[in-house]
Ligand binder design. Sequence first.
Ligand code: ADP
Ligand code: MG
Length: 349
Amino acid sequence: MIEDKNQARTSLSELGEFGLINHLTQNFNIQHKSTIKGVGDDAAVIEMTDKQILVTTDMLIEGVHFDLSYMPLKHLGYKAVMVNLSDVYAMNGNATQIAVSIAVSNRFSLEAMEELYEGIHLACKGYNIDLIGGDTTSSTTGLLISITAIGEIKKEDVVYRNSAKPTDLLVVSGDLGAAYLGLQVLEREKQVFQVNPDSQPDLTNYSYLIERQLKPEARKDIVKLLKDLEVKPTSMIDISDGLSSEILHICTQSKVGCNLYEDKIPLDPQVISTCEEFNLNSTTIALSGGEDYELLFTISQEDFLKIKANPHLSIIGHITDESEGVNLVTRANQQIKLTAQGWNALQKE
Ligand code: ADP
Ligand code: MG
């Protein structure tokens, strides 16, 4: 167990709830003018005058969303923040504050909670986020962490999922499928470790995949890039559940169809080599892997030249009329109807 790795082990009951909250939050600084009151009172106070406020929450549960045998607590804290910031950026917004709620059992030590908050702290520093509150409660065995992120955006800048138009181009940031494969590699190593605890795995061939699983980055940089390029997406969503599921969300809500081109899907070389090794179809992994936390958006054709040569962005398809459906156009130029599980669609191939 990761949390037993520490030499020192201070029981949480030694500090009590308030001692724990004070201890964990003492190193966080307030960065934003809009944070009038952070941790310490019954509620935080935020002042945002001329902007709209974005609010989003994600909850992570041990055994469902993470496994502490290969997810270090520091990474978990970092990732839990990223997952939330990603949703704010997917609205084209600027994330400013978070509130963090945790439920812990006495299985966890103070040192373990310090590690978790170290990851949260690192995320807050790197992304300029104020920790403004939360809740601390006990659980019987597992760890539960729920984060609410708050962001701000000018009314005219908000980008919804429901406003893609036929002829728009479909664009994705970064590359896809790596986080899912990282999880597969970690699962495999866990099983090897259970059989032979002395095994020393060489994971260099999977370094990018593991990094994408354990330390994802929310794409704040893409929101800025689009602003700098003077491109306002016509619709946007972040990729948490896999490309095909997110495309379907945009298309269903916008009442449009889409052609996605298999040969345009961006894949890292480690994704390609690991798919070969694991005997997996890389398109399937990109379509249904999930946890990529890239941004998927549509732009008007007029903006094509502005993003065409950008190394962070790939044009992977275009929006069509609703009647044409949502399709994957394969390398063999076959059209396959996209389903939320791209997996099923591909197996019929
Ligand atoms: P109350 O009982 O009034 O809900 P709490 O005692 O739960 O207040 O919390 C005291 C203060 O500490 C509040 O400002 C709250 O937002 C903050 N807080 C509680 N738990 C956490 C946590 N896990 N992380 C950050 N801040 C927290
Ligand atoms: Mg409370």
